[in-house]
Design a protein around this ligand. Structure first.
Ligand SMILES: [Zn+2]
Length: 287
């Protein structure tokens, strides 16, 4: 868990790439910018980790040295609502991500639980839960103790990932911790966050169901989002006045509940908006 509110980008910022920075340079560069979290993107991975163990371990060591908290975004190619074959592949893929997360000392693997098909939602939910329990058991067998699996709240009603579903998964699985994507919740519920109280209610619900430790160290994604009646359409920058949600409102609730979340910016201008959010929270904490 983060020892303070931390901010960072989802993936390597484009300016770092222009500087031809290697992965091992990322923690130092983030620090120089004033950020202290980084979500490694393993979003196109298959059945095996697509990073060499030595490179992952090197990233982990340097991140620790520079005091940058690492998380890992798992493969998009998982669906814990799929048929038997898809389920088996999804379990294997999530385990690959968890294994690499352990190498790089990432504290959580965020992932998208799945898409509902034609079958009843309640059935899909219990399939998903069973699949994740298998992942959790395998983690125990492998002795992986320092990594959580983080099912993410999803932006489309066709995806498993309402707040209630994510919290239910976390209630059932000890190794699970929710990944709250505020933009996704906003899009899924057609503009849910209009007031500070709308944010407060989500925090209170997480606290009620998972306890105060879980809510204090919450893992979050934040970006403004454009949506239609089918949910999320595209991510928007923080300065976009036409779209929500507003980070200022969440910052008020973070201060009020004395939370220490990790906030990953998924905005089109990754690190730049992470810095803006950091400044907004700092202002709120010192007011
Ligand atoms: Zn995601």
């Amino acid at each position: 868990m983060a020892d303070r509110a931390r901010f960072g980008p989802a993936g390597v910022p484009p300016t770092f790439r222009l500087m031809a920075a290697t992965l091992a340079d990322v923690p130092k560069l983030l620090r120089e910018e004033g950020l202290d979290a980084f979500e490694y993107q393993a979003v196109r991975w298959g059945a095996k980790p697509q990073i060499k163990r030595v490179d992952a371990e090197k990233l982990g060591l340097i991140a620790r040295e520079k005091d940058v908290l690492i998380s890992l975004h798992g493969s998009y190619f998982m669906n814990f609502c799929g048929n038997e074959e898809i389920m088996k592949a999804s379990i294997q893929r999530l385990i690959a991500c968890v294994t690499a997360a352990e190498w790089m000392k990432a504290y959580i693997v965020v992932f998208h639980p799945g898409f509902y098909g034609e079958r009843p939602r309640i059935e899909m939910f219990s399939n998903c839960l069973e699949g994740l329990k298998e992942v959790a058991n395998t983690m125990e067998i492998f002795g992986i103790k320092n990594v959580k699996i983080g099912p993410e709240t999803m932006g489309k009603p066709s995806q498993l990932g309402s707040l209630d579903e994510i919290l239910s998964l976390c209630e059932e699985i000890e190794q699970a911790q929710p990944a709250i994507d505020w933009g996704h919740l906003h899009a899924r519920n057609m503009g849910r966050f209009k007031t500070v109280d709308d944010f407060r209610r989500v925090i209170q619900e997480i606290e009620r169901r998972l306890g105060s430790e879980a809510v204090k160290g919450l893992h979050c994604h934040f970006t403004k989002v454009e949506f239609t009646d089918k949910g999320e359409r595209r991510h928007r920058i923080l300065g976009d006045v036409k779209h929500g949600p507003e980070f200022e409102m969440l910052a008020k609730v973070i201060a009020e509940f004395k939370l220490r979340p990790t906030i990953i910016s998924e905005s089109p201008v990754l690190d730049l908006d992470a810095l803006k959010m950091r400044d907004i929270l700092q202002k709120e904490l010192s007011s």
